[in-house]
Ligand binder design. Structure first.
Ligand code: SF4
Ligand code: F3S
Length: 371
């Protein structure tokens, strides 16, 4: 029997043409393509054959699988992921034991499948700290990687090693890109990753026959090309120098900036503020907690509540810039923040910088008074 196309499966599942085109337009937006690409995506998706997919899970907490399964209402996006032929997924597949291993063997023999990897790969002591079907994760990954079309890593662990790699890293945990070469690899880090970015990556692959453009860490630019800080709804408060100083204080209740509480938004690249989580409901900073940089390498080793130095301050992208007349001590005059804020842009940035300087000076005075 001839294999069905994605379009045929969608129509059989009674997805309306309107919903399908809406989904394709949203995908064009998520992929940072001009809106005119919506129809092109629709045309390509309709004709595409559903790709086989192998999902490997190694040293992890299964949070990314939870993220993959998180949706609670059938959307076109879910169906697009659903129609991927998930031939092997250790956590959610129905077969077990030899039947499960047979399914993986058959897929590898066929070749050309997509591989998703969740979790880090232990490399110490010949990789014995994670074995599946009597073989190490390292062996298993090398075998699957040999015949795959591309590898998509999901989550912090498969990206750089994640929490299993936190010093002293007893298992020698590594990310996929550190143990596999010669195969296209794209990284979707986060803790967990956001399933909407996997949907967009798969849609890009089905539409253009290739993975999206990536940054120097192998992360797709459509999802990791902008700083959290530049799209954050609290950015106006940063620019105006309005900071939360204590959990539950007035600034916290009013939704002010969380930089002083350790928010890593100014140094983190991810599209959380724009696509959000749980079907676009909210995201960490929106819910009142600072970003902990979960899409950055070695984020588990960064103290969550320490402020980060800002070496580059770029203007807000989603929300309007807050303008203010420059006044008060300049960074150069006080010398407090010059190293911390290398490039402060515009009057708005200057206000935030002044506020940070003022606090630095006050803290210094307090410290002197205590001596
Ligand atoms: Fe938003 Fe954090 Fe930047 Fe403040 S520091 S504007 S809370 S991203
Ligand atoms: Fe992670 Fe920060 Fe987004 S903690 S989920 S990158 S807001």
């Amino acid at each position: 029997m001839e294999e069905k196309t994605v379009g045929q499966i969608l129509w059989e599942r009674q997805v309306s043409r309107r919903d399908f085109l809406k989904f394709c337009t949203i995908m064009a937006g998520t992929l940072a393509l001009p809106v005119g690409f919506g129809p092109q995506i629709a045309e390509a998706l309709e004709k595409a054959k559903k790709p086989a997919l192998v999902w490997l899970e190694y040293q992890d907490c299964a949070g990314c699988t939870e993220s993959f399964l998180r949706a609670n209402r059938p959307t076109v996006a879910e169906i697009v992921l659903d129609i991927l032929s998930v031939n092997y997924h250790e956590t959610i597949m129905a077969p077990s034991g030899k039947r499960a291993e047979k399914s993986l063997e058959d897929t590898i023999k066929e070749g050309g499948y997509l591989t998703v990897v969740e979790g880090s790969v232990p490399t110490k002591d010949d990789g014995i700290y994670c074995c599946i079907g009597g073989r190490t994760a390292l062996d298993n990954l090398q075998e699957v990687a040999a015949n795959t079309a591309a590898i998509i890593t999901v989550g912090a662990c498969a990206f750089y090693g994640g929490w299993p790699a936190t010093p002293p890293n007893p298992t020698g945990a590594k990310g996929v890109q550190d143990v596999v070469s010669g195969v296209p690899i794209i990284n979707l880090p986060g803790c967990p990753f956001n399933v909407d970015n996997l949907t967009a990556t798969v849609v890009h692959y089905l539409t253009f026959g290739s993975l999206p453009a990536v940054d120097d860490l192998g992360r797709p630019l459509f999802a990791y090309g902008r700083r959290i800080h530049d799209n954050c709804e609290r950015r106006g408060h940063f620019d105006a120098g309005e900071f939360v100083r204590e959990w539950g204080d007035e600034g916290h209740r009013k939704g002010w900036c969380l930089y002083q509480m350790g928010c890593k938004g100014p140094i983190t690249f991810h599209n959380c503020p724009t696509i959000r989580w749980n079907e676009g409901t909210n995201w960490p900073v929106g819910a009142g907690h600072g970003c902990i940089a979960c899409s950055s390498p070695r984020f588990w080793e960064r103290p969550a509540y320490e402020t980060v130095p800002i070496h580059e301050l770029t203007p807000p992208a989603t929300y309007p810039e807050v303008k203010a007349a420059p006044e008060g001590p300049s960074p150069v005059a006080t010398g407090v923040i010059g190293a911390a804020v290398g490039v402060a842009v515009g009057a708005a940035g200057a206000v935030a910088v002044r506020q940070l300087i003022k606090e630095g000076v006050e803290e210094e005075k307090e410290a002197e008074g205590e001596e």
